[in-house]
Design a binder for this molecule. Structure first.
Ligand code: HEM
Length: 488
């Protein structure tokens, strides 16, 4: 009896999945043959590759197609290839793709659900508007010296390590947490000196690569409508709410006006404590994980490409000599090679390997580009549209010899790369903290390369493989470096 029921259930499941898996075929849209249940992302589900790499493989295979019909498990999604269509979805026809394909319940995750990346429609617009002044150029300029100050602790920490291998990601987490603490709250994060420092521990409660937490976040992006489990640990929510309440109380009672990011957040009209705490949570979540992952990749590439590291050190020294040895917001603008090294790393290893946008109204994609087949498809409301960032960045037609680390390609500011190089996304929903992030990256890498000759320690696995089931691209086994002090 049980066997019969199980067999019926299995047959029904197969019928249901096969029926769904004919969606693109019935519209005449090319795409890889899906498998029941896993669709086209099987290798991502069983952990052979990250989902971004699976999407990259599909992207590279359908060379002459402007878009490809795929199945994220049983969900039909369209994967864009033609840069012109990417531009239309992210910028020109943004109103049809206003929301990210992610669902987090406010009742379950009160802070994470208020992150602009998660919010939808009008609520997204209002929250993004309220958070924008935190990342304005003037604000970045004013907090720049605070970030420079944090590098002193980082240099001191590295000097103490002597010949020991340093876990780059751990170090950059400490650096970025301290930068966020000082720029956001005017408080000393103290991560390099105190292993139990409050701020870095709070950030770590949210995420450790390879942890169950990281897997849950990855799965929630794959199954946005099915997963309603709590994503942010309770300890994180409680810690952030208590930090917000304490800081609000302290500043009110002592009439503190620091003109820092917390100051702007505390003055948002009609925002509740939870709304304010959500802004703080965003700063912590967004401010340390992506930036420290990017810095880990940057130092990996600079340690693997010693000629580039030397060239960068030469530029840093030349620019700083002109500025009496001082690293200022203005002097960093003159470091064009630094900018190129960072961009080239983010091309090869974009921490966010793909984006998934939700089509909120019926929309017709039409490609007329010479390089692609003339094709058209009308997308139903509710169809996820995938932007394969990693695929675009590793396309030899867009970036010749994509596997090679060549910062020079970013010295030539060609228009062609404008809509295909997008480590921070693009359009009205582009990363809100991109200028803040570039400041974190530039200040930290400048001081590291200026003070140390960095080589890869043998503990680093080569070539880099990405951790499966992680919601960002992250190097498996971490990046381990040796830092030899340079006498300045
Ligand atoms: C190198 C570091 C970073 C990378 C690679 C990165 C990348 C991204 C990407 C790809 C998106 C999605 C954009 C889109 O949908 O088009 C995003 C969104 C966002 N990022 Fe970042 N990010 C970084 C650092 C930061 C920092 C430091 C902050 C703030 C402290 C931040 C805040 C945000 C916010 C609030 C959003 C949501 C924007 C919206 O939907 O309106 N990010 N980021």
């Amino acid at each position: 009896m049980w066997f019969l029921l199980l067999a019926c259930f299995f047959l029904l499941l197969l019928y249901y999945t096969f029926k769904h898996l004919k969606y693109w075929q019935s519209k005449g849209i090319p795409g890889p043959t899906p498998l029941p249940l896993v669709g086209n992302i099987g290798p991502g589900i069983v952990g052979i590759k990250t989902v971004s790499e699976v999407l990259q493989d599909i992207y590279l295979k359908y060379e002459d197609c402007p878009f490809v019909g795929i199945y994220r498990m049983t969900k039909p999604c369209i994967l864009l290839r033609d840069p012109e269509l990417v531009k239309n979805v992210l910028i020109k026809d943004f109103q049809y793709f206003l929301n990210n394909d992610v669902n987090i319940d406010k009742k379950v995750d009160p802070l994470l659900a208020r992150n602009p990346f998660v919010l939808k429609g009008e609520e997204w617009k209002k929250t993004r508007q309220a958070a924008t002044p935190n990342f304005a150029t003037g604000k970045i300029k004013s907090v720049f010296p605070l970030a420079v100050n944090v590098t002193k602790d980082m240099v001191e920490y590295l000097e103490k390590q002597k010949s020991a291998a340093v876990n780059a990601k751990d170090m950059f987490i400490m650096y970025n947490c301290d930068v966020v603490a000082v720029c956001g709250f005017g408080s000393d994060g103290n991560s390099f000196k105190d292993p139990n420092a409050q701020f870095v521990n709070l950030a770590r409660t949210f995420l450790t690569p390879g942890s169950l937490q990281a897997v849950k976040l990855g799965v929630s992006l794959l199954l946005p409508n099915l997963v309603t489990v709590k994503l942010a640990p309770k300890a994180f929510d409680d810690g952030v709410i208590s930090l917000t309440e304490q800081t609000l109380k302290y500043r009110q009672e002592n009439n503190v006006n620091r003109n820092d990011i917390f100051d702007i957040i505390s003055k948002i009209p009609s925002a509740s404590v939870i709304d304010k705490a959500a802004h703080i949570a965003n700063l912590i979540i967004d401010g340390f994980e992506t930036s420290s992952t990017s810095m880990t990749f940057i130092i990996y590439e600079l340690a693997s490409n010693q000629a580039c590291q030397k060239e960068l050190r030469k530029e840093i020294n030349t620019v700083l000599e002109k500025n009496q040895g001082e690293l200022s917001y203005e002097s960093v603008q003159d470091m064009v090679y630094l900018d190129a090294c960072i961009k080239e790393t983010m091309r090869m290893h974009p921490p966010v390997g793909h984006l998934s946008k939700m089509c909120t109204e019926t929309y017709t994609l039409t490609s007329t580009g010479n390089e692609y087949k003339n094709m058209s498809v009308t997308l139903d409301k509710g169809t996820p549209v995938i932007i394969p960032i990693l695929g675009l960045h590793m396309d030899p037609k867009l970036f010749p010899s994509p596997e090679k680390y060549m910062p020079e390609r970013f010295l030539d500011k060609s228009e062609a790369a404008k809509y295909v190089f997008m480590p921070f996304g693009n359009g009205p929903r582009m990363c809100l903290g991109n200028r803040f992030a570039m400041m974190q990256l530039k200040v930290g890498i400048t001081e590291l390369v200026r003070n140390f000759e960095v080589t890869l320690n043998e503990k680093t696995r080569q070539p880099i493989k990405y951790v499966p089931f992680h919601f960002l691209l992250y190097p498996k086994g971490g990046v381990w470096i040796n830092c030899k002090k340079i006498d300045l």
